[in-house]
Design a protein around this ligand. Structure first.
Ligand SMILES: [Zn+2]
Ligand SMILES: [Zn+2]
Length: 273
């Protein structure tokens, strides 16, 4: 089995339902190779949703000692999922340098300053216009920030799209994707393949749910070799969800490894057994 690079617990992520012990028990039951806990940290989150979107980082490291003991043989990595906005790049670059994180995920949960999870009006725009703007923002962030390892869910924008075929495609904004993917390659970062996005679309009854082959082909063509699998689990039932299927799919494009991080150093495990 695999290392799952992207997960949340209820202790530090307000929208998560599982405890760290539930996460660890399930990883063991599923015979997973390792797991990263990557709590949400959204600096300057623009919405008041009645719960803090940041957490106390020293408390997280304190708690993780007990989790690690409970995990025993299961490798447990301490990560963080940062909600980036352009003005936070410098702040985040310095913040994460102060702590012994294993991995840092760069995410963008906002479109023009609003989270599409809560505000669906962004989808009133033409789909291609909205998706292009989101990928342009992602490209800006990858180009402008430095201290991160994995670029999280580039397809966040299509999770809540009300369109008949909401999946984000290379053909919708090829120049923007080229800029975004080239920046990832140039900086030596890893592109996350987020299986929660796959799962969400399947639950809607959609059939075209695996990441767009053109995006993967183009990334590979531009020199991209680093891929990280993340289930983005908020409850234990989705840990490692669809990993074997998605890994096989990724291998068909030439990718060979699932990248995970230990002390911010990249490690690889084979995508195929
Ligand atoms: Zn996220
Ligand atoms: Zn997440």
């Amino acid at each position: 089995m695999y290392t799952d690079n992207h997960n949340h617990t209820k202790h530090f992520s307000s929208d998560a339902k599982m405890t760290a012990h539930e996460l660890i028990d399930t990883c063991k039951a599923k015979n997973m190779r390792g797991v990263a806990i990557t709590e949400h940290y959204e600096g300057d989150y623009p919405h008041d949703i009645g719960a803090p979107q940041i957490f106390d980082i020293p408390s997280f490291f304190e708690s993780s000692k007990e989790w690690e003991e409970y995990a025993g043989d299961l490798p447990l990595y301490r990560g963080i999922e940062l909600g980036y906005q352009k003005h936070l790049c410098g702040f985040y670059d310095e913040m994460v340098a102060k702590y012994p994180f294993d991995s840092v995920i760069m995410s963008n949960h906002l479109y023009k300053g609003k989270d599409p999870y809560f505000f669906r009006d962004m989808y009133d725009a033409d789909m291609n216009v909205a998706y292009r703007a989101y990928i342009e923002e992602m490209a800006d962030l990858v180009e402008g920030c430095n201290n991160f390892d994995i670029v999280g869910h580039y397809d966040y924008i299509n999770r809540y799209g009300p369109y008949e075929k909401p999946q984000i495609k290379y053909s919708q904004c090829p120049e923007s994707f080229d800029r975004f993917l080239s920046a990832i390659v140039a900086k030596g970062k890893s592109l996350e393949i987020n299986t929660r996005s796959v799962d969400k679309m399947r639950r809607k009854g959609l059939t075209d749910t695996l990441p767009d082959p053109e995006i993967l082909r183009r990334y590979y063509e531009l020199g991209g070799r680093l891929i990280s699998l993340g289930s983005d689990s908020h409850s234990s039932d989705t840990l490692c969800i669809h990993f074997p299927e998605v890994a096989k799919y990724l291998a068909s494009f030439g990718f060979t490894e699932n990248s995970y991080y230990v002390g911010r150093k990249r490690m690889g495990e084979p995508l195929l057994p």
